[in-house]
Design a protein around this ligand. Structure first.
Ligand SMILES: Nc1nc2c(ncn2[C@@H]2O[C@H](COP(=O)(O)OP(=O)(O)OP(=O)(O)O)[C@@H](O)[C@H]2O)c(=O)[nH]1
Ligand SMILES: [Mg+2]
Length: 327
């Protein structure tokens, strides 16, 4: 299980940005009448024109022993009602969570669109096709254990080996649930320190319990729920951002482009033999994916495809061309 260089919390994304005046405006896009808004697969938050944002999509697989609290964790992050009783998740259940955050040095916040794939253990055991389907184009796997069930914690290394091969490049994150059940805790902080020293994996802790309700006594208070979920969501998106934006890229070449502008220059760099690859260019605070291409030593990266419509995209800087072998 390879260890990855982890970002220091707050080193890539502005900590507590959601509590700033600007951050609160972006948070409003995922709230409606004080409740959390829920988005279907094809929906996204609607932002007024004065609040520009990029959208970054990630697929996150959630696995762990039956009853540890996978479904409850996702419900808590999505602002849904956390189930009081255990109902086994049969098959795969997907849930979309949107979370705005702001990279350091950037004027443009990012809406992280996290698509969680919750797979029950029985289904995984019963049907061989479920795990590959979950991992396909996945970005991270959350390995969930419960603080009240020591065997679920001790099984985490084996669970990781069962789920991912050494060559699979999804981020690995360990999450301990039921932190509120401290009277019944079976896993100590010392256990977690030893685990982290041994495996070099990020470990998060959660308590997936319903927060306060609105005056109607029924609906969950969306803003209070967001405050509860913020530490986990911020930790998760910073890891994903690091993995996506910083870690795997190697500098291939740099192009001097003094004028900048809204149309990109023609680039036809010679690439090393690493086909297929993604080209990526650095334009100040952002990385832009500019092309997917099957490369046989040569790639045309023009016209450059970006996710930002017609706006001028590039500042007066040189372009760094980064390559990444496709996963
Ligand atoms: N107090 C407390 N209870 C929790 C927490 N997380 C989960 N639970 C409870 O644990 C039980 C099982 O939670 P689920 O989320 O259904 O577990 P699961 O991992 O999805 O289970 P499977 O779908 O069978 O794999 C439920 O009764 C939850 O209410 C937590 O953080 N604190
Ligand atoms: Mg479940």
């Amino acid at each position: 299980m390879a260890g990855v260089a982890l970002p220091k919390p707050g080193s890539l994304l502005i900590p507590d940005w959601q509590q700033s005046a600007e951050g609160k405006e972006y948070l409003n896009s995922i709230l409606r009448k004080k409740k959390r808004k829920h988005f279907g697969l094809l929906e996204r938050p609607v932002l007024p024109p004065q609040l520009p944002a990029d959208i970054a999509n990630y697929k996150i697989v959630v696995c762990g022993k039956g009853g540890v609290g996978k479904t409850s964790l996702i419900a808590k992050l999505a602002g849904l009602e956390v189930p009081n009783a255990h109902h086994e998740t049969t098959g795969i259940q997907t849930t979309c969570v949107h979370w705005p955050a702001c990279p350091r040095g950037s004027e443009r916040p990012v809406i992280f669109r996290l698509q969680f794939w919750d797979c029950g253990e029985t289904a995984l055991r019963k049907f061989d096709h479920i795990l590959p389907a979950c991992k396909e184009k996945g970005d991270a796997v959350l390995f969930v254990f419960s603080f009240t069930d020591r065997s679920s914690f001790e099984d985490v290394p084996a669970l990781i080996s069962r789920t991912l091969g050494d060559d699979e490049d999804l981020a690995r994150v360990v999450i301990g649930t039921k932190l509120d059940q401290y009277m019944h805790t079976d896993v100590t902080e010392q256990d977690l320190r030893v685990f982290q020293r041994t495996w070099h994996l990020p470990v998060m802790r959660v308590r997936s319990v319903n927060g306060p309700r609105l005056c109607d006594g029924r609906s969950l208070d969306g803003r209070a729920g967001l405050a509860d979920a913020a530490p986990v969501l911020n930790g998760l998106v910073e890891l994903l951002w690091h993995r996506d934006q910083v870690a795997p890229w190697t500098l291939f070449s740099e192009v001097n482009w003094p004028g900048g502008g809204s149309t990109a220059p023609r680039l036809s760099p010679r690439l090393p033999h690493c086909a297929p690859a993604t080209l990526r260019l650095y334009t100040g605070p952002h990385w832009e994916d500019i092309a997917w291409a099957t490369i046989t030593g040569h790639v045309e990266a023009s016209p450059i495809r970006t996710g930002r419509g017609q706006q001028p995209l590039y500042s007066d800087r040189s372009l760094c061309i980064m390559t990444k072998t496709a996963i």
